[in-house]
Ligand binder design. Structure first.
Ligand code: HEM
Length: 442
């Protein structure tokens, strides 16, 4: 067991943990042992060794279910984010067709169209805030592909609802840690009303998918066409839960990852040169096909590297059902909370030399072959790994390709907006300009 570090008095939220411990966590590989104990109710164990992480996330996963926030089922029902076996396998099987190559190839045309719209917008501006831009870009892509929405008014309505829900959830979580929880009843009432409004919109999307199974192109019609398990037919409630869970899990994650990627690239002209030189001068087709985009591996590596330094899910949490002994020898008492931080582990110099440097090429070097399982895990690991990874990767590479081939992104000269490493969202603006000779957005 390594040295103990003391918990944040009175506050137990993850955000507080990150603020308070971020500096400590970076130094951790040198200062602490393989497992750090954070005293609290219950005690928390923060893991570092890839073997321990793999043990919890995969090999002994049945002893370490996901921890869910009480009341979250009001919003998420029994969907993937809330459920354990066997319900989670059912829900994974339900949404899996959305992440197969055939459907992703169809999503690509929406991703391309939205990227071009973005470049049109940026070409009229001198500076942009990548985080703000990516919030709406990734939401629109999700709504127009998986939910099959083509009415911009409904997309915007849904977006404001999700934003309001996010604010409500963070207020409620904060209030639950305050004594006495003063605004809780009012916040809960607002939250219930928002959930009801969200469900009304999502139920319409489900009905649309059910009624147009044969030709409909939203996730619901796709799921119903592909469903082969005769022992259980997905109900409308199952379909709603699936959509709401994807929407919730997918709304900010990709936006955080892509906006950090733009900030990192803007500060790394060498990486931009390397990436640009890997793009053929004359693309084989326009717009690029799924296969052509997949061949641009350095662009994908740039996204992987941004997720190494700035994983949108910076901490994964599990609860120990029974006492257990980790491969490192640490004893985990029954009922304790397990914390696993991609943010910390992915900055370990044993696996990532010069860990603070943004270096996409590290993923294409021979060295990357020796990175053990769970030394790099921005998507999680094992059977509950992010189901949407192929979707998010395709989206990131698509928008990066279109931006890189047409625009220059640089930090403002006055340097006033370097983003704070320890924040989940990057803050600050970048200067943008259309690149000479590479043509205007269509
Ligand atoms: C850069 C983008 C993304 C990152 C880094 C990311 C990361 C993750 C991680 C770390 C987990 C595992 C959490 C855990 O084990 O506790 C996860 C699960 C999940 N993600 Fe993502 N995610 C991303 C994008 C998305 C998108 C776009 C969607 C939906 C369209 C999505 C849907 C889900 C779902 C439904 C789960 C739960 C899977 C399960 O429990 O079986 N994610 N994601």
């Amino acid at each position: 067991m390594g040295d103990s570090i003391v918990g944040v008095p009175g506050e137990n939220s993850l955000d507080a943990l990150k603020r308070e411990f971020a500096q400590t966590l970076v130094r951790w590989p040198k200062d602490f042992g393989r497992v750090a104990l954070i005293r609290g109710f219950p005690d928390k164990y923060l893991l570092r060794s890839p073997a321990d992480l793999k043990h919890v996330l995969a090999l002994r996963r049945h002893n370490y279910p996901k921890q869910t926030v009480p009341g979250a089922d009001l919003l998420l029902g029994e969907g993937l984010l809330m459920s354990d076996e066997p319900q989670s396998s059912f829900h994974r099987a339900l949404v899996r067709p959305a992440f197969h190559r055939d459907f992703l190839s169809e999503c690509l045309s929406t991703m391309t169209k939205e990227s071009m719209r973005l470049i049109d917008r940026w070409s009229a501006l001198s500076e942009i805030d990548p985080a703000a831009e990516m919030r709406t870009f990734t939401f629109d892509v999700l709504a127009k592909t998986l939910l099959g929405l083509d009415d911009n008014k409904i997309v915007r309505e849904l977006y404001s609802l999700v934003v309001s829900l996010t604010i409500s959830v963070s207020r409620i979580t904060k209030d639950l840690t305050t004594r006495p929880p003063v605004s809780l009843p009012r916040e809960m009432e607002r939250f219930r009303w928002q959930v009801q409004s969200l469900n009304t919109i999502v139920d319409d999307i489900v009905a649309e998918g059910v009624n147009n199974q044969d030709e409909g192109r939203n996730l619901v019609s796709l799921v119903l066409r592909e469903w082969r398990d005769e022992s259980r037919t997905p109900s409308k409630k199952d379909l709603r839960d699936s959509l709401v869970n994807l929407l919730w899990a997918g709304t900010s994650t990709t936006a955080v990852g892509i906006s950090w990627m733009f900030h990192c690239l803007a500060r790394s002209p060498d990486s931009v040169r390397l990436l640009s030189s890997s793009i053929p001068d004359k693309p084989p087709e326009d717009p690029l096909s799924f296969t052509a985009l997949h061949s641009l591996t350095l662009l994908d590596d740039a996204f992987s590297e941004a997720l190494r330094l700035h994983p949108p899910e910076w901490m994964l949490i599990r609860a120990a059902r029974e006492e257990d002994v980790l491969p490192s020898g640490a004893i985990i008492p029954k009922g304790s909370t397990i914390l696993m931080s991609p943010w910390t582990t992915q900055r370990n110099p044993d696996y990532f030399p010069s860990p603070e440097a943004f270096n996409p090429a590290r993923f294409s070097s021979d060295q990357s072959l020796s990175i053990p399982d769970c030394a790099y895990f921005p998507w999680g690991f094992g059977s509950r790994k992010c189901i949407a990874e192929p979707f998010a990767r395709l989206e990131a590479v698509t928008v990066l390709y279109h931006v890189l081939t047409r625009m220059d992104l640089v930090p403002p000269e006055n340097g006033r907006t370097a983003p704070n490493e320890f924040e989940r969202w990057p803050s600050g603006v970048l200067n943008v300009s259309l690149r000479d000779g590479r043509g205007q957005a269509a």
